[in-house]
Design a protein around this ligand. Structure first.
Ligand SMILES: Cc1ncc(COP(=O)(O)OP(=O)(O)O)c(N)n1
Ligand code: 3NM
Ligand code: MG
Length: 215
């Protein structure tokens, strides 16, 4: 499987990428320290995702940063993306694994104890846990779980984990203290006029926090 680092997970949102294109935002974020990128666009359909995804794959080639596609397995396959992220209302992780094979990265959203207990470690490579806070970026988000909820679900799911939902630079220490391997952000990078500087600030905080937690 492609190796992956969840430390700073950029989730793209075309509505927030106003001053920069999705490709420009992604490359700036990678230059700033983003370690993994998700193509999430709910409006363009499979053909649109394939078009943008191919541009992203070309631009990201050689960066060592994996590209994950949100929701759409047909697009992920057509693009040759490194993986797929699915939620509880999407195709199952098992179906995704059957279609994608062992080499691709599969991420699964978990938002409560019940779904955390059902995570199959032989199928799911990482879990996205949230929302930590309410966020305008995803109007249909589930109830916020806070950092205590994050720590609780991580212990149950026992998989590499990334926290998501309303997270900014100031939250880095609490994300890692809760036991997560990283934080996923949309508006903190996509909505910023200088996505490279925004990513760099968060990545610098992550490095400092990780070294403080290191034995
Ligand atoms: C890293 C990460 N974690 C959680 C999600 C949310 O996925 P989902 O619940 O399927 O919601 P949508 O993103 O599809 O609206 C995510 N995308 N990425
Ligand atoms: C895509 C997504 N999924 C969430 C979940 O809780 O599953 S919250 C979210 C949006 C996060 O955006 P921002 O960093 O701008 O708050
Ligand atoms: Mg989804």
């Amino acid at each position: 499987m492609t190796s992956f680092d969840l430390s700073l997970y950029l989730v793209l949102d075309p509505d927030l990428c106003r001053t920069h294109s999705m490709v420009e935002t992604t490359m700036a974020a990678i230059a700033g320290g983003a370690t993994i990128v998700q193509l999430r666009d709910k409006k363009v359909g499979t053909e649109g995702l394939i078009r943008i995804g191919r541009e992203l794959m070309d631009a990201m080639a050689g960066s060592g940063v994996p590209l994950i596609v949100n929701d759409d397995i047909d697009a992920a396959i057509a693009i040759g993306a490194d993986g797929l992220h699915v939620g509880q209302d999407d195709i199952s992780a098992q179906t995704a694994r059957e279609r994608l094979g062992r080499d691709k990265i599969i991420g699964l959203s978990i938002e409560n104890e019940e779904v955390a207990r059902k995570v199959d470690p032989s199928i799911v490579d990482y879990v996205g846990v949230g929302p930590i806070f309410a966020t305008a970026t995803k109007p249909d988000h589930k109830p916020a779980i806070g950092f205590d909820g994050l720590a609780h679900l991580i212990k149950i799911a026992k998989r590499p984990s990334v926290a998501i939902g309303g997270l900014k630079q100031d939250h880095v220490d609490r994300v890692f203290a809760a036991g997560a391997n990283g934080l996923a952000v949309v508006s903190a990078i996509c909505g910023h006029p200088d996505p490279e500087a925004a990513a760099h600030k968060i990545a610098t905080e992550i490095m400092a926090t990780k070294s403080a937690f290191a034995p």
